[in-house]
Design a protein around this ligand. Structure first.
Ligand SMILES: Cc1cc2nc3c(=O)[nH]c(=O)nc-3n(C[C@H](O)[C@H](O)[C@H](O)COP(=O)(O)O)c2cc1C
Length: 377
């Protein structure tokens, strides 16, 4: 039964070939950064108040001047369209229907122009090399397509050491070996429902790494394209601020000093994140840094992600200073299992948990959540 977000993972494990499930579920090296995301949430308990007439409560909120139906959104996830048929558009549409933000990954396999058609409010997340001649044309393309919010992910200066991916046979580029073919063959529902229909439209390419179409997922060039981000620095972010007229969001920040820098540079928001534990192992859970980050953020919006699975997790993050949270893996599992309808169901589950928990806390809106609702254990 799919009753809460954690239920989608075991179901997706049965649907996806082993290497692909490992890519989505996995973390880096020992998994300590991933584990800390969950542990940090466990260190807080909630302090409800009673008899407060909560019948007219709402989980709606505003972020960067826009209203949303709940204080969570769908995090950017690369290769979504390999896991779920038409995965990028499916997630974009589900978010649109649920009234929550959706962030299209820069490592996605669907042209960004087509995704913004499916959801005009979608945000675009760029992975940029530290090269002005690459940055300018990509930003011009994103602007031309009609996106209003641009996210730069900054925690991937160097490729992560995802040993679990290698052990499970997943790599970029995807290498077609006998074992991969076997792993695919024993997942016929995914092969027939996702893989073959996708392949029938041609080999998927990284469509949005640059202004022009990127490499196919089985080409060695794909790995080379990923490996050029170690030049990126704050001057490039300043350049982006200069040429991007919309909302600018910096994702993958942990250090409060970096939050202060982003604010000084004119960013509209920061996403505190250790990339779901997928980049630097032993990176601290951003939740532990949240109050300090809030102090530096001032009136700049602050989002957080990593391990958020329950309505109570959302409330804890908001109480510690976030304006919104992002959720990754469970939405991709849901899209894998049942497309847009299932992704909407996942959003509905989390939304109803937030709504119910607000009532049980004696609160009528996310804006009423303060640090005083938390008790540290
Ligand atoms: C399969 C997968 C692909 C991801 N790809 C990207 C990406 O392309 N860009 C990015 O900024 N973050 C990427 N992330 C990180 C997520 O945006 C997010 O930070 C993380 O998944 C949040 O943790 P959670 O999955 O525990 O909710 C990816 C995460 C997953 C699980």
């Amino acid at each position: 039964m799919l009753l809460t977000l954690d239920d989608f993972e075991p179901a997706a494990r049965r649907r996806l070939p082993r290497p692909l499930f490992a890519y989505v579920s996995g973390a880096t090296e020992t998994g300590a950064a991933w584990q800390d995301n969950r542990d940090a949430l466990q260190e807080w308990r909630l302090l409800p108040k009673v008899l407060r007439s909560v019948e007219e409560r709402s989980s709606a909120c505003t972020l960067m001047g826009k209203s949303y139906e709940a204080p969570f959104g769908i995090a950017p996830m690369g290769l979504s369209a390999l896991m779920a048929r038409d995965g990028d558009r499916v997630l974009a549409r589900a978010a649109g229907a649920a009234g929550i933000p959706f962030v299209l990954s820069g490592s996605s396999l669907t042209r960004l122009e087509d995704v913004v058609q499916a959801n005009p409010d979608a945000w675009f997340q760029a992975y940029l090399p530290g090269e002005e001649e690459r940055i300018r044309p990509l930003i011009a393309r994103v602007l031309r397509a009609g996106f209003g919010t641009l996210v730069l992910t900054a925690d991937t200066a160097v490729l992560a050491n995802r040993e679990n991916n290698l052990r499970a046979g997943f790599s970029t580029p995807l290498r077609i070996r006998p074992r991969l073919i076997w792993d695919f063959a024993i997942r016929p529902r995914w092969v027939l429902g996702t893989f073959l229909p996708t392949l029938s439209q041609g080999m998927p390419h990284f469509e949005n790494s640059f202004a022009e179409r990127g490499a196919p997922i089985i080409s060695k060039q794909a790995a080379r394209d990923f490996g050029r981000k170690d030049h990126l620095n704050w001057d490039h972010l300043a350049l982006m601020r200069e040429i991007w007229p919309g909302k600018l969001v910096l994702k993958g920040v942990i250090h409060p000093e970096d939050v202060a820098k982003a604010r000084a540079l004119g960013c509209d928001a920061v996403v505190l994140s250790n990339h779901g534990g997928r980049q630097l192992d032993h990176a601290i859970s951003p939740l532990r840094i949240l109050p300090e980050a809030r102090a530096q953020a001032g009136d700049m919006a602050l989002l957080i992600d990593g391990g958020i699975r329950r309505g109570t997790d959302v409330i804890k993050a908001l109480a510690l200073g976030a304006d919104m949270v992002l959720v990754g893996r469970p939405f991709l599992y849901a899209a894998t299992l049942g497309g847009q309808a299932m992704a909407e169901q996942a959003a509905g589950i989390l939304k109803s948990e937030v709504h119910r928990n607000l009532g049980l806390m004696g609160l009528r809106a996310p804006s009423e959540i303060t640090p005083a609702v938390l008790h540290r254990i």
